[in-house]
Design a protein. Structure first.
Length: 86
C-alpha cells in the first residue's frame, strides 16, 4: 500500500533551524521520494517500509531536542505526481 505523508517540525527552542535542517537531510538520504516547500516536507512510498523508517528518523530527531512538535498527515495513496486539474 502506497502512502503520502506530510511532516511539519516545530522545535520549541532557540536553535530550531539546525534541527529542522538535520531532520530534512535524514529524509533526503532515504530511498523514498521527498518533496519540500517552505511550510512542510512530504515523503512518499510503501507504508510497510516508510513507517519504520520514520519511526527511527523521528526518534533520532526527538533525542537531539529539548522540546519539539511534529505534525504528520498521512494519506492512503501516493500523491507525489498530483497536478491540479482546475
Amino acid at each position: 500500500m502506497e502512502v503520502s505523508i506530510e511532516l511539519t517540525m516545530s522545535p520549541l527552542q532557540d536553535d530550531f533551524e539546525q534541527h529542522i535542517i538535520n531532520f530534512i537531510k535524514v529524509l533526503r538520504a532515504s530511498s523514498f521520494k521527498v518533496m519540500e516547500n517552505p511550510l512542510s516536507t512530504q515523503i512518499y512510498g510503501p507504508y510497510s517500509s516508510l513507517m519504520p523508517f520514520l519511526v527511527d528518523a523521528i526518534e533520532e530527531s526527538l533525542s537531539e531536542q529539548d522540546a519539539v512538535l511534529i505534525y504528520m498527515k498521512l494519506v492512503k495513496s501516493n500523491r507525489a505526481d498530483y497536478k491540479p486539474h482546475f
